[in-house]
Design a protein around this ligand. Structure first.
Ligand code: DGL
Length: 269
């Protein structure tokens, strides 16, 4: 029996909001005609302030509904918070390949010259045991400073909608790392939330030229290409679908903000 997916079977990207677009971008560069469904849990945003118990239940349940509705060939949890908390639960619950997003501590440890790296994520991500383990495994001889910044999630959502970003949120995030003991020697910062690369210019200016910013998006894109190698794709890229969980407080963004990512329509679930 042939198990290879139909050319029209999409890749499903999942995040609490628009941060996962920073993973979708490099994936489209590698797989330009891949059908895409981009799902954002606006009814649950921000994940960074939810409990582990809540996310461990919410993320697999929602992904289950999305998989049933869109029948993807592969799902990408394009969210560090959801991945560090719920990846194992999702893999146990669903019968398709699942790619997660975890803080790029390994490349940061290889890159630092001062031996001090920062991990900037959500509050939920930076407190995870998963991050302790990555630090112990790949950066045991380095100083790993962590800071959780909900303000950057809000800022990234605003920027993508074309709204102003509060400069105080950027300053607070930078100070959150710099003001810790050892923080003045920081030379690499891991953007451990998929929203944060949307604010890369602002963060680069605020950290200054001596600090490199890294994230895992390019590596995730390569992993997706590897896992789908040899599969059939449409000859031309079909318009992608953006799907948002229904929220009275937070309507979906204008389609024009999503169009640069190849998304051509908006649905709600
Ligand atoms: N984009 C998400 C992450 O990578 C989470 C943002 C949030 O919902 O707090 O961690």
């Amino acid at each position: 029996m042939d198990h290879s997916p139909s050319p029209d079977a999409p890749i499903l990207f999942f995040d609490s909001g628009l941060g996962g677009l920073t993973v979708l971008g490099p994936t489209r560069a590698l797989l330009p005609t891949a059908p895409i469904v981009y799902a954002a849990d606006y009814a649950g945003l921000p994940y960074g302030q939810k409990s582990d118990v809540e996310l461990a239940a919410r993320v697999p349940a929602l992904l289950g509904r999305l998989v049933e509705r869109y029948q993807p060939r592969l799902a990408v949890i394009a969210c560090n918070t959801a991945s560090t908390i719920a990846l194992a639960h999702v893999r146990a619950a669903l019968d398709l390949p699942i790619v997660g997003t975890v803080p790029a501590i390994k490349p940061a440890a290889e890159m630092t010259r001062t031996g001090v790296i920062g991990v900037l994520g959500t509050e939920a991500t930076v407190r995870q045991r998963y991050v302790d383990d990555l630090g112990a495994k790949f950066a045991g001889d380095k100083t790993v400073l962590r800071h959780g910044s909900p303000g950057l999630v809000t800022g990234a959502e605003a920027k993508l909608r074309g709204e102003p970003v509060d400069p105080a949120a950027i300053e607070r995030a930078v100070a959150g790392l710099r003001d810790q003991p050892g923080g003045d020697a920081l030379d690499v910062v891991v953007l451990a939330c998929t929203h944060f690369p949307l604010l890369e210019d602002e963060l680069r200016t605020a950290f200054g030229p001596d600090v490199a910013l890294i994230d895992g998006a390019a590596g995730i894109a390569r992993r997706i290409a590897y896992l789908t190698e040899g599969q059939a794709w449409p000859a031309t890229a079909p318009p992608g679908i953006a799907v948002f969980t229904r929220s009275d407080d937070r309507p979906p963004p204008p389609l024009a903000a999503l169009a640069p990512y190849g998304l051509g329509s908006i649905e709600t679930i």
